[in-house]
Design a protein around this ligand. Structure first.
Ligand code: URA
Length: 234
């Protein structure tokens, strides 16, 4: 197996990320640093990244979690806060979150042991739309909705076109469904800030066609092989 595929199927990074790790001299094959991304790993070889031995997972697994607010989307937190992994009480496979939901954001979070799958879902070029339901305070005008759809500047760079639907409006409160395919830091909140509004509650309800559905807050389910194949093919 190619070394970059080996590293990705161990969940240590995506295949592209593995090439970078190799270039940076962080990968050892049988104790020797390698610099050649095209090399193969044979049965019995030992591969280590940053000094830690890795092994490819026998099988890709992916879980859909309904993240409650108040959990950090990391595998460990130096401030001692609860992480999303604390919610996966009976999962024995080492998984990591696909992308990130903010501490206060709720909803659908995927976790997998497969670096390539994670990269595929997250990379904007694959246009896997993430759907959010946002409660918003402020004067959300038709012009603001148009600007959100066309893209607004965040950190000097315009956001990619979004699909935005106003579901309800009462006084200065609106309920909006917004679909984006990028995953920039606090993107939805900052998009609404860019049009003068504030998100007061944010929940992710779908990733592509994988929906949160009736999954209770704090609970999770394993995706079926068909769902994993669907995500790989997006
Ligand atoms: N956009 C945000 O602002 N926060 C999230 O957690 C996800 C998308």
């Amino acid at each position: 197996m190619r070394i970059n595929k080996y590293i990705a199927s161990a969940g240590a990074s995506s295949r592209r990320g593995a090439d970078e790790l190799i270039k940076q001299g962080r990968v050892k094959l049988n104790g020797a640093v390698i610099t050649e991304p095209g090399c193969d790993v044979a049965e019995g070889d030992v591969v280590a990244v940053d000094g830690r031995e890795i092994r490819p997972a026998a099988q890709t697994v992916c879980y859909a979690l309904n993240k409650p607010p108040g959990y950090v989307t990391t595998t460990s937190d130096d401030k001692g806060r609860a992480t999303v992994l604390d919610l996966l009480t009976d999962v024995t496979v080492r998984v990591f979150p696909v992308g990130r939901l903010d501490y206060e954001t709720a909803g659908l979070l995927l976790l997998t042991n497969d670096g390539d799958l994670s990269n595929h879902i997250s990379h904007p070029s694959h246009k896997v739309y993430k759907t959010y339901s946002a409660e918003v305070r402020g004067d959300l005008t038709l012009d603001a909705l148009r600007r959100l759809r066309e893209g607004v500047p965040i950190d000097g760079r315009r956001t990619a076109p979004a699909i935005v639907e106003l579901k309800k409006q009462k006084g200065n409160m609106s309920l909006v469904e917004i679909k984006i395919c990028e995953g920039r830091n606090r993107q939805v909140r900052r998009m609404f800030e860019a049009v003068g509004c504030k998100v007061t509650y944010l929940q992710r309800t779908a990733i592509g066609e994988i929906r949160l559905g009736r999954l209770l807050e704090g609970s999770y389910r394993r995706l079926t092989p068909q769902e994993i194949e669907y995500l790989r093919g997006c």
